[in-house]
Every structure is written in structure tokens, then in C-alpha cells.
Design a binder for this molecule. Structure first.
Ligand code: VGL
Ligand code: ZN
Length: 196
């Protein structure tokens, strides 16, 4: 079984959103075109409470896009984004949602961020995605969506570590920081991941 994991294709990560990924909207057509080629399609959704600790607004001395700290872990401080139930948190309207069999939410605990679709950044809690995929007999997956250098990469890296064969679809992802994304691509290949 080969799965497609669609990561965080949500309004806030698209142009006009509060944490817009440059050209993030370009992934949608690529994903729609490919999703019928997989045995199973699942999506993740960044799903923060309004006071989430990854928001710069939750830190009196925190500056946007700088590293702060959250519960003992280094934490990039983001603009408010993907607040549960908001328009920004909704999946993009243009994304074809019919093939999506299940949606996994992450980032609900205000005290820890969650870039990966599998665990929070402190690796304390699972989202259920691993057990779901293994229960469905999935051994291979392709990962796509937003943002390449954060949630797509962390999801793909954890999937490798959990024993899946993993590829990232380059045409179907976009990065917040393209220099960082280049470095990450090398690291991902070295750990046994594929870029297609
Ligand atoms: C993401 C930053 C903060 C992502 C989520 O989906 O890549 N990035 N929250
Ligand atoms: Zn987030």
C-alpha cells in the first residue's frame, strides 16, 4: 500500500494567509493531479488553540520569525496561524478533498509545537497517524504540501524513522526559506529519503 500524505494545505499557508508560504498555492493543482494515483490519501491540519505558545503574540518579549523558547525547547515564533475553526485553518477550497480518507490534527497543545504529522516536537504524544497507516498496511508514502522546510520535512523524516519508505514530491511542496530547504534536502537524502 502506498499513501499520499498531504501536509497542511490550509488557507493561512497560502498567499493572503497569516503565514503565507511563497507560491504555496502552486502545490494545489499538483496534488489534485496526483492524488488518484495512490492507494490511500490522508491529510494533516495544523490546528492551534488561540493562545498557542508558538505564536509570537503569546510571548511578551518574542519577535516574529526569531527563535524563542517553549517549555524548554527552542521555538521559532510565528504569526498567529491556523487557529482551530478559523478560515485560516481550513483546508484550501481548491484542494480536492474527495480522495482524503482521514485528517489528522496537530498542534492542539498550547505548550508544544508539532511540525510532524506523527508526533509533537517534544516527541511525547502521537497523533495516531503511524498506527492508522500501519493498520492500513501502508509501507510506502509520498509526502507533499506546506511548508517544505517545516511540516513536510518533519513528517517525512519521522516517517523514515518509523520504517516507511518515503519520498517528498518536490513539485507539490514549497518552502518558507529556500536556502534552508536546500540544506534539508541533502540531509533527507542522506537519511535514506527520496526526492522526486
Ligand atoms: C508550519 C510553521 C508553523 C507548517 C506549521 O505547516 O509547515 N510551519 N506551523
Ligand atoms: Zn503551526
Amino acid at each position: 500500500m502506498k499513501a499520499l500524505i498531504i501536509v497542511d494545505v490550509q488557507n493561512d499557508f497560502l498567499p493572503g494567509g497569516t503565514l503565507a508560504v511563497p507560491a504555496g498555492d502552486e502545490v494545489i493543482a499538483e496534488i489534485n493531479r496526483r492524488s488518484s494515483g495512490f492507494d490511500l490519501v490522508v491529510a494533516t491540519q495544523d490546528w492551534h488553540p488561540a493562545n498557542h505558545g508558538s505564536f509570537a503574540s503569546a510571548h511578551s518579549d518574542g519577535k516574529l520569525f526569531e527563535l524563542g523558547e517553549l517549555d524548554g525547547l527552542p521555538q521559532m515564533l510565528w504569526p498567529d496561524h491556523c487557529v482551530q475553526g478559523s478560515y485560516g485553518a481550513a483546508l484550501a477550497e481548491a484542494l480536492d478533498q474527495k480522495p482524503i480518507a482521514a485528517i489528522f490534527h496537530k498542534g492542539m497543545d498550547a505548550r508544544v509545537d508539532s511540525y510532524s504529522g506523527f508526533f509533537d516536537n517534544g516527541r511525547k504524544h502521537k497523533t495516531g497517524l503511524e498506527d492508522y497507516l500501519k493498520g492500513m498496511g501502508v509501507a510506502r508514502m509520498a509526502v507533499c504540501g506546506l511548508a517544505a522546510d517545516y511540516c513536510v520535512f518533519y513528517t517525512a523524516r519521522d516517517a523514515l524513522e518509523l520504517g516507511f519508505k518515503v519520498e517528498i514530491i518536490l513539485d507539490a511542496t514549497r518552502a518558507i526559506d529556500n536556502d534552508q530547504w536546500k540544506t534539508i534536502q541533502r540531509e533527507f537524502k542522506q537519511s535514506g529519503g527520496k526526492l522526486i
